[in-house]
Design a protein around this ligand. Structure first.
Ligand code: GDP
Ligand code: CA
Length: 318
């Protein structure tokens, strides 16, 4: 394996996070890879506990994710949703039958008092996922959206029911101030040769993770490289509201705006090759910067970026 990189921790949300993680899983041994997943999107719906980003990461690592949607499974059928609709129940949040089975099991275990980290491990095992996947915390941390119009919306209400349209004044990670990292997270960050921030939404996927005190401290106190991959390519998000939130928060709508936002955590930042002309602007902010093709259209592109990262941004060979 490349350089002296023996262990890698990735901070991840759903789509962008799972793509990079899948690439790394293809080129690392399972015991070299730990994924810390955002749980700020988690919520209870139809009586079950849903963890969208955890499931997206698990499904992609298991190879059962839907090829086009950013969520759900390739084999999804909709018998339960259709029956819920027939009963005039809520259908604004779509859950396929197989997805619902995951959430039912998770809810039963949660009801039985099984810690969340253990629940994710059990699901990973049963899905055949070998790398370590950890929720950021076992405590409930709920992303809330405070809109410019003064509404205080639950994340999924804003994102799905309101299609992420209401302009955002600020975000709140409710519960983060008293939450602690899930078992294994701080230790993994402390011993990692390389910490990668996946090309995930910096505000909705990375910020909730670093809002937890002991995770933030572990990131600040480590000595090896901490490198982010930009989710903004050519001034746009490939998917989702990252560009819109940069604008709402008065940041430059570009990879450089992302580097500015995440800056104090990072030793390095990877821009897409279409933004190669901005590398010097990031370097000027006091971190290393590189440009390469970051758009992971398929498994081979995921693997290529993962290999490039391990060869290029990891610690110097000792
Ligand atoms: P979510 O939780 O499902 O919204 O997903 P994430 O937060 O993990 O990722 C969303 C971000 O990933 C969006 O801003 C996308 O622009 C970015 N993204 C998705 N796929 C890719 C990719 O292949 N390359 C890069 N550079 N960014 C990506
Ligand atoms: Ca998410």
């Amino acid at each position: 394996m490349a350089g002296s990189t023996r262990s890698v921790v990735v901070l991840a949300g759903g789509v962008g996070g799972s793509r990079l993680v899948a690439g790394l899983a293809a080129v690392l041994d399972p015991d070299q890879l730990t994924v810390v997943v955002n749980t700020g999107d988690d919520f209870e719906h139809l009586g079950v506990w849903i963890q969208p980003d955890v499931d997206t990461v698990l499904y992609r690592l298991a190879g059962v994710q839907h090829p086009e949607h950013g969520w759900g499974r390739a084999d999804a059928t909709w018998a339960v949703m259709d029956a819920v609709a027939d009963l005039d129940g809520p259908t604004w949040f779509r859950l396929g039958d197989q997805d619902l089975a995951t959430s039912l099991l998770r809810s039963q275990w949660r009801h039985d008092g099984v810690p969340l980290g253990e629940i994710v491990t059990r699901l990973a095992d049963r899905l055949g996922v070998a790398p370590t996947v950890l929720p950021m915390s076992e405590d409930v941390v709920a992303t809330r959206i405070h809109t410019v119009d003064g509404a205080d919306l639950a994340f999924q209400d804003w994102f799905v029911a309101h299609r992420a349209e209401p302009p955002v004044a600020s975000l709140e990670f409710r519960g983060a101030d008293v939450a602690t990292a899930a078992p294994g997270v701080v230790e993994a960050i402390a011993r990692a040769d390389l910490v990668l921030l996946a090309p995930s939404n910096p505000f909705l996927s990375i910020d909730p993770i670093r809002a937890i005190d002991d995770i933030r401290d572990a990131l600040h106190h480590r000595s090896g490289p901490t490198v982010a991959v930009s989710p903004i390519v050519g001034g746009r998000a490939l998917k989702g509201p990252a560009a819109q939130l940069l604008a709402d928060f008065g940041l430059e709508v570009s990879a450089v705006g992302v580097a500015d936002h995440l800056g104090d955590l990072l030793t390095g930042f990877v821009l897409d090759e279409v933004d190669a002309d901005r590398v010097a602007d990031v370097t000027r902010r006091g971190m290393q910067a590189w440009a390469t093709d970051t758009v992971m259209v398929d498994a081979s592109a995921q693997r290529r970026l993962a290999t490039w990262l391990l060869d290029t941004v990891g610690p110097e060979p000792s």
